[in-house]
Design a protein around this ligand. Structure first.
Ligand code: MN
Length: 241
């Protein structure tokens, strides 16, 4: 049996959307992807029982009221209904210790689910000069480096001290609560990766590995492989295979 991987999706006025690269990454890694819409939080128990893993996908900004801040002028567009849906899903998946991979906005959702906070806009909130975190280059092109912390899941996957990533964000993690730890940082100090020390595989990355996979980036390929392996191992551990 393949692990069933729920991937959350974007919602606008008329449609749900999800970039193909997320789906392709899960299929290539040996998983069975299903797209999760917004508005299913009331049935989260039934839904999470069907999933072997959850990928929280990229998207717009998180509602700052969720981490007890008023909206700053530079805040982008928010989708409170998506926030609620994803936070509920994450909390249930954590309770079941099912693997979670948070990507870009998903990495931020993960931090807020644990009780963390975000910079609503790094450009106006940073006291020091920053790198270009909203790159003009194509999605599959890496543009800035990430220094990886030793002894982390990310290090075991990357097998390097430094990797190159793409970057499409103007928000970033601020306070990071235990059991999350920082596993990767950009050279300007921006937190680019976190992971839980209390769960089987709970990893957040601020970049878009599903897009880098398109250019055969080996770390991105191994990240999805490691994630899907963790989902598979949990299925085996509970005797479901
Ligand atoms: Mn970045």
């Amino acid at each position: 049996m393949k692990p069933v991987i729920g991937i959350t999706s974007n919602i606008d006025a008329t449609s749900h959307t999800l970039q193909n690269t997320y789906i392709q990454a899960v299929i290539a890694g040996g998983g069975l992807p299903i797209i999760i819409p917004t508005g299913v939080e009331r049935d989260v128990q039934q839904l999470t029982s069907l999933l072997d893993g959850l990928i929280i996908s990229g998207g717009g900004d998180m509602n700052p009221l969720l981490f007890n801040e008023e909206p700053l002028q530079q805040l982008g567009s928010v989708t409170p209904e998506r926030d609620t849906n994803e936070l509920t899903l994450v909390k249930h998946m954590l309770a079941l210790d099912k693997p979670i991979l948070g990507i870009c906005r998903g990495h931020q959702v993960l931090n807020v689910a644990f009780g963390g906070t975000l910079y609503q806009d790094i450009i106006s909130q940073s006291a020091t000069p920053l790198l270009q975190h909203d790159q003009k280059a194509k999605r599959e092109h890496p543009t800035h480096s990430v220094h990886i912390e030793k002894g982390t899941i990310l290090e075991s996957i990357a097998n390097a001290e430094k990797i190159l990533v793409n970057s499409f964000h103007h928000q970033a993690l601020k306070d990071i609560p235990s059991p999350l730890i920082v596993s990767g940082r950009a050279s300007d100090g921006i937190v680019e990766a976190v992971e839980s020390t209390d769960h089987r595989f709970v990893v957040g990355v601020q970049w878009h590995p599903e897009a880098l996979r398109q250019s055969d980036d080996q770390v991105s390929i191994r990240l999805f492989d490691a994630y899907l392996k963790a989902c598979q191992e949990r299925m085996v551990a509970i005797g479901y295979h």
